[in-house]
Ligand binder design. Structure first.
Ligand code: PMP
Ligand code: GLN
Length: 400
């Protein structure tokens, strides 16, 4: 159809602000902002968490094969291809002894990001309260807001970042609908202990709360073990567990994530999900179905490799003068910049490329409390060793 000239001048835009009030103040994600800064300045990007080396070659080839064989090039089934749902179900049984029916209790999503959004949109009513760890991973804040609900912080404080369970109890009100957990925790690297999980589970049962647990770093635990809270008594029927292939297999761009939960919860999350993307990542779903069946040696080597990099970056940051909070999991290290006589993490990160050619993430943006994370800066170590060495050598210039 040809464009037609308007018969009369178009009316001025409605004077109402264009942005929905729930999105107001969310702005650009800090990860996008800092990656753009890295690109613009040519600095080493230890900000946004994405590996600089792709995952296993045979999994990359599996995606190519699927694409060439015409698998997944058209809309895959709404809940995900059966092969991937079966592989997710088998993964939960193999690593945690948890049984989920691949047909009714597993849902494939566009990364963990969509799983979080769909879970919040599906499970929350306006004015419900959601208790989540502060610092909040950025999409939690946004998704709780888009659902019209209210976030209630359970602040993790340096140096241990352990949750205060008495504080958690005190934060629960009649409006509390859901606990949003994240272990291993981004950005602090805190991993919940079995005792903490049990205490949190007992509170969830006592107050009849739903639990959404983001476990995308489940295979990156260096101290202790990953315990899915869904395995604890009374939790299966109230827990939505979220994970993603992005972290475990180093294919963050493929955006293959998933949800495992009791049937009614999966059905609720799926109702929201099908109107977000409907489906995604067709050929990649075939490849991740293979990835989830890689032998234990893959998972062991992956963790050992990242564990070495954690030590390399940690030592380098200490040598450069940062206060370093040792992470038990994830591929991030949180530091404090007070030893440099600085206290504004955001200003520090904005200036860092200019000062020494490195990009990092200011944790301050993940806090509501303006003081709690003010001087904390996060660095990722999911990069090649030579890159980490180069970055820490550059950071040593801060000392001089
Ligand atoms: N949750 C956490 C805690 C994360 O760090 C990330 C970033 N990878 C996500 C969710 C999003 O995962 P995905 O890339 O699979 O959407
Ligand atoms: N999860 C990644 C991080 O914490 C960022 C993902 C994103 O950019 N949304 O660095």
């Amino acid at each position: 159809m040809n464009a037609r000239p308007p018969s009369k001048p178009s009316p001025p835009l409605n004077a109402r602000p264009l942005l929905n009030r729930r999105l107001d103040g969310l702005g650009t994600t800090i990860f996008a902002e800092m990656s753009a800064l890295a690109t613009a300045t040519g600095a080493i990007n230890l900000g946004q968490g994405f590996p600089d080396t792709d995952g296993p070659e045979e999994i990359r080839e599996a995606a190519v094969r699927a694409l060439r064989e015409g698998k997944g090039n058209q809309y895959p089934p709404g809940p995900g291809i059966p092969e991937l749902r079966a592989a997710i179900s088998d993964h939960q049984r193999r690593f945690y002894g948890l049984g989920f029916d691949p047909d009714t209790e597993v849902l494939v999503t566009a990364g963990a990001t969509e799983a979080i959004a769909a879970a919040m949109l599906a499970l929350l009513e306006p004015d419900d309260e959601v208790i989540a760890f502060e610092p909040f991973y950025d999409s939690y804040t946004a998704c709780i807001a888009m659902a019209g609900a209210k976030r209630v912080p359970l602040t993790l404080r340096a140096p241990s970042f352990r949750p205060d369970l008495d504080e958690l109890r005190a934060r629960i009100t009649p409006r509390t609908r859901l606990l949003l957990l994240n272990t291993p925790h981004n950005p602090t690297g805190m991993v919940l202990t079995a005792g903490e999980q049990s205490a949190i589970a007992a509170l969830a049962v006592e107050h009849d709360l739903l639990v959404v647990t983001d476990e995308v770093y489940e295979h990156l635990v260096y101290e202790g073990t990953h315990h899915p809270i869904a395995a604890l008594p009374g939790m299966r029927e109230r827990t939505v567990t979220i994970s993603s292939a992005g972290k475990t297999f180093s294919f963050t761009g493929w955006k293959v994530g998933w949800v495992t939960a009791d049937g009614p919860l999966v059905s609720a999350v799926r109702t929201a999900k099908q109107y977000l993307t409907y489906v995604s990542a067709g050929p990649f779903q075939y490849a991740i179905a293979e990835a989830l069946r890689l032998p234990d040696s893959y998972f062991d080597r992956f963790r050992a490799d990242l564990g070495r990099k954690r030590d390399l970056l940690g030592d380098g940051l200490r040598a450069a003068g940062f206060e370093v909070y040792q992470p038990q999991g994830t591929y991030f290290i949180t530091t404090d910049i007070t030893p440099f006589g600085e206290k504004d993490a955001y200003a520090f990160c904005r200036a860092l490329p200019e000062r020494c050619g490195v990009v990092a993430i200011p944790n301050s943006v993940f806090y509501d409390d303006p003081d709690a994370g003010r001087s904390q800066v996060r660095f990722t170590f999911c990069k090649r060793e030579d890159v980490l060495r180069d970055a820490t050598a550059r950071l040593r210039r801060l000392a001089g």
